[in-house]
Ligand binder design. Sequence first.
Ligand SMILES: C[S@@+](CC[C@H](N)C(=O)[O-])C[C@H]1O[C@@H](n2cnc3c(N)ncnc32)[C@H](O)[C@@H]1O
Length: 231
Amino acid sequence: MIITIITLFPEMFQGPFAHSIIKNAIGKNLVKINFVNMRNFGIGKHKIVDDKPYGGGKGMIIRVDVLNSAIEYAKKMYKTLDKYQKIILLDPTGRTFNQKVAFKLSKVKHLIMICGHYEGFDARIKIYVDDIISIGDFISTGGEIPAMLITDSIIRLIKGVLPENVITEESFSTSKKQAFLEHPQYTRPKVYKKYKVPEVLLSGDHQKIADFRKKSSRELTSKIRPDLLKT
Ligand SMILES: C[S@@+](CC[C@H](N)C(=O)[O-])C[C@H]1O[C@@H](n2cnc3c(N)ncnc32)[C@H](O)[C@@H]1O
């Protein structure tokens, strides 16, 4: 899979993508991540990318012409994949990201994500994208952290990045095995202060352990996220 991130701040990604599972996936050539700096498509000597909003108001708006030039550039980087690419605008007005969306995006061959900044984008940019995604009902300073989060959650779903059962047995999995929140997990020590690990997990009885986990997964879901049981 190829992920191309259009941003004004490519340096922000250096740390998060240089460790752990993402680093390994890049190392194994299971994913390639590129950055396109929107600034390179800015206007004039000062490479200006934004301007004041028509009609007045606060802040600065990213220009549609500048951003669309960056999108065109990103598309041309992998011209042969143009039938298999998806352009995503990161914006609070988009549909909310979740594990189902992550699964779908992990199958895309070339995913282009656009990070906004300042007051956001000229609305006309929405004509040039395939989807608009929000990471939740709150506002982050820019699209960079949302892009990191989406990239991270997608990469771990690419075949070969993690063992299959890690994916199918965790919270929000789309598999039938685990449609709820994951059951609580425990490790050593057996007793911490006055708190004990549930006895059944020490029993060695695999059936009992599986039943206990299934039951606690349902109980946890109904207590914390009853909405998941309805869907
Ligand atoms: C400060 S925000 C702009 C918010 C915009 N004025 C609004 O009220 O909807 C700047 C950029 O951060 C990104 N961003 C902020 N919150 C986001 C969210 N919940 N999901 C995805 N991207 C977000 C977007 O790319 C956005 O263009």
